[in-house]
Design a protein around this ligand. Structure first.
Ligand SMILES: Nc1ncnc2c1ncn2[C@@H]1O[C@H](COP(=O)(O)OP(=O)(O)OP(=O)(O)O)[C@@H](O)[C@H]1O
Length: 716
């Protein structure tokens, strides 16, 4: 492994940034540990202390490492059990050791003895042949002498061979006895000493030591192999080592057999103990794309699921930041969304969308942007869209235009605060909404920008002029509208949406399209290409994933098909053009939380006077008119509401005296006659009714409502 060290004399900002990053603890979403960021660059002026993140020495660092240690122990035990069934099992090793000891004691003398025995057999055979030749009759005298001499020589050779054989046997016996003594004496000594010093347990201990010695002797298999635990994959050990890393990238055919990765940090367990991280450079000249595309191979070589692996591009070509999660990420319960703890939101600022793999908050500025969220049904698009919509709702200045082509219930809770909405999947209503934006909103905004001497609306402008507000247009399931509309209407819808996305951007109109089936029908290509923020939730095919993110992303390792069904709300998030896609889980607000947040949004808007006309109470709408009679009618309506029954329904009838008193209490000097002239009753309505034990003349609420409608064209 090679770790770069920075010369103390040569400040290297890039290096310091990297070091700081590795010394910092994760932020929101993860359990955080205070990280002594500032001290890092200066505490090691010579650059010679090991690059170990400071958090490892904190209480939580120890806790994380103890947790990982515990998991590792269990896994080690499981590996040990698995090992016992193989030729590397400890009993197999012990027997191998025993056999090897026996063979050693037996030695190689057996071979000498066998050779000597063979010599004896040969010599005796030769002697027999010579004797047979000699004992023949009718052999002339000279020849007889020669044969006798050969017979005698053979006899002598046979005797010599026999004595050599005997001495080889004796020699072997002695040597074996010596080796036997050598092998047995330590065992006997240990046993004796054990028994003598500690009794039975000492004997057991000595036996254990003998078995361990035998197991050690039998460590290598007959094929000469050793049990190599370090060859185990990350998935087995849950520990990432530098040598393992190189092997992994070699196995995945990213780097060659002789290549090495240049590690910029050691393999480090993250502060929350959930993953290992390391940053490294690929061998010079190798594009990072090669490693990113080999995601499946790398995951397989690590022995983990592909979802546990995250390779992010470093800040320069060829640099990779690898993160391997110990468990499948994003499968636990979602953490409470951050909007729950804020009073209001400023949509001109970045808003929190979700949490990335490192537990960091992913925030996005939606100003001058538009987005496309896609994924199979139930992947979490509506929840993701809610991250923007709820933030927009909590900014009382923002106008909401919400359209749901699938006619679901996702945007129903927003109805009260939406400027215009369609929850029926009605293309005619969508046309009305888009037409309103194109013919009313956009010209108004353009004129406003001109008034401020600009071509676009900005945050600075909004701070000075409340008319310069943002607006959000959500079009969920465009294809459903397309399918339900006539060809002409469909073409008009497409034309308007394209114009709104293109021209509305600079004028503060944020468009968000969501689709279940990301293909060219679901969002027309021309419109899709100009939606800059993309969020690809789980898709069924890599092509669908590419339709959301852009061509070639799946092949480069960013494939939303890899997201598991259990990883709800998780998607590959691309925060604008050219941004590196990153796996992000959207913040999730359940139905109760959405209702709570929208109540807050309603209040904020009621206070700011930005509720859409339909959502404000009739009394408020009357007051807004600034007309005296409208004001009187507003007080009358409030008085009926103040006398509501147990179910909260306003009173249906009140005596004139009660109404006149209420008007007086509101500072309005209205006589009974003037009231009668304003709210003109029928003869029947003028009849007396029983009120608190006596009979009185009064006014029905329905007559007041009719007066409001007739005079001011307001109300039901
Ligand atoms: N960020 C998240 N964290 C945890 N769970 C989530 C998240 N997002 C969604 N879910 C779960 O997934 C379910 C489906 O989510 P959602 O309705 O947003 O999916 P969808 O893609 O919009 O589905 P459809 O296309 O059918 O409308 C939710 O009810 C919720 O239980």
């Amino acid at each position: 492994m090679s770790i770069e060290a920075t010369a103390s004399s040569a400040p290297d900002p890039e290096w310091e940034r990297l070091v700081n990053e590795y010394h910092s603890a994760p932020t929101a979403g993860a359990e955080t540990v205070p990280a002594p960021r500032a001290a890092v660059a200066t505490s090691d002026p010579m650059g010679d202390t090991p690059l170990v993140p400071a958090w490892t020495r904190t209480g939580q660092g120890w806790k994380a490492r103890t947790g990982a240690g515990r998991v590792n122990s269990v896994r080690r035990f499981r590996r040990w059990v698995r090992r016992q069934a193989t030729e590397h099992g400890h009993s197999a090793q012990t027997f191998r050791g025993l056999r090897r000891t026996f063979l050693w004691v037996q030695g190689t003398e057996g071979v000498q003895i066998a050779i000597a025995r063979r010599e004896v057999q040969q010599a005796q055979h030769d002697y027999k042949d010579a004797k047979w030749g000699h004992d023949k009759r009718l052999v002339p005298g000279k020849e007889k002498d020669k044969r006798r001499s050969e017979m005698e020589k053979s006899f002598a050779a046979s005797t010599t061979a026999l004595s050599k054989y005997k001495s080889a046997k004796k020699d072997a016996r002695v040597r074996r006895a010596v080796r036997g003594a050598v092998a047995l004496s330590p065992v006997a000594a240990a046993e004796g000493a054990g028994l003598y010093l500690m009794g039975g347990s000492g004997g057991l201990l000595a036996t254990g030591a003998t078995l361990v010695s035998l197991a050690l002797l039998g460590r290598r298999t007959d094929g000469g192999e050793l049990y190599a635990d370090h060859d185990a994959k990350f998935g087995d050990t849950l520990k990432l080592t530098d040598s393992m890393l190189n092997q992994v990238y070699r196995d995945a055919k990213v780097i060659g057999g002789d290549d090495v990765l240049e590690l910029l940090t050691p393999c480090t367990l993250t502060a929350d103990g959930k993953a290992w991280e390391v940053a490294f450079d690929l061998p010079s000249g190798m594009p990072a794309k090669k490693a990113l595309a080999a995601k499946t191979g790398v995951a397989s070589a690590l022995g983990v699921a592909v979802q546990q692996l995250n390779q992010a591009l470093g800040d320069r070509e060829g640099r990779i930041r690898l993160r391997v999660s110990l468990n499948l990420p994003f499968t636990g319960k979602p953490t409470p969304g951050p909007l729950l703890s804020v009073d209001h939101v400023d949509l001109w600022q970045p808003i929190p969308m979700g949490i990335n793999l490192r537990g960091q908050e992913v925030s996005t500025s939606w100003v001058e942007r538009s987005g496309l969220f896609g994924g199979e049904p139930g992947a979490g698009k509506s929840a993701a869209a809610n991250d923007l919509l709820i933030a927009a709702a909590l900014d009382p200045s923002v106008s909401l235009y919400l359209c749901d082509g699938k006619a679901g219930a996702d945007i129903t809770p927003f109805e009260q605060i939406a400027a215009m909405y369609d929850t029926d999947g009605d293309p005619e209503r969508l046309l009305e909404i888009l037409d309103h934006i194109w013919t009313v909103e956009i010209p108004r905004r353009r004129a406003l920008a001109k008034e401020h001497g600009s071509r676009k609306l900005t945050a600075a402008m909004a701070a000075k002029d409340p008319r310069a507000n943002l607006a959000v247009l959500l079009v969920d399931e465009w294809s459903s509208y397309g399918a339900a509309a006539e060809r002409k209407v469909r073409e008009e819808l497409e034309r308007l949406l394209r114009l709104i996305v293109q021209q509305g951007r600079a004028l503060g109109i944020i468009t968000l399209a969501a689709t279940q089936k990301p293909d060219s029908d679901s969002v027309p290509t021309g419109i899709r290409d100009i939606l800059s923020i993309r969020w690809a939730m789980r898709c069924l095919t890599p092509q669908a994933s590419d339709t959301i993110l852009g061509q070639g992303y799946a092949a480069a390792g960013h494939n939303a098909q890899d997201i598991l069904k259990s990883q709800r709300g998780v998607g590959i998030y691309m925060d604008g053009e050219g941004a590196e896609p990153e796996l992000t889980r959207g913040h999730y607000y359940d139905d109760d939380e959405v209702a709570l947040l929208l109540d807050r949004a309603y209040e904020l808007r009621a206070k700011a006077g930005t509720l859409p006309a339909g959502a404000r109470s009739l009394a408020d709408q009357l007051r807004d008119l600034g007309d005296d009679q409208a004001h009187v009618l507003a007080v009358l309506l409030d008085t009926f509401a103040a006398h509501a029954d147990d179910e909260g329904e306003p009173a249906e009838w009140l005596p004139g005296s009660v109404l006149v008193d209420a008007l007086a209490a509101a500072g309005l000097d209205v006589s009974a006659d003037s009231l009668g002239r304003l709210v003109v009753r029928t003869d029947e309505e003028k009849g007396k009714r029983v009120w608190e034990g006596s009979r009185a003349v009064g006014y029905p609420r329905s007559r007041v409502l009719v007066t409001v409608r007739d005079r001011f064209k307001l109300g039901e």
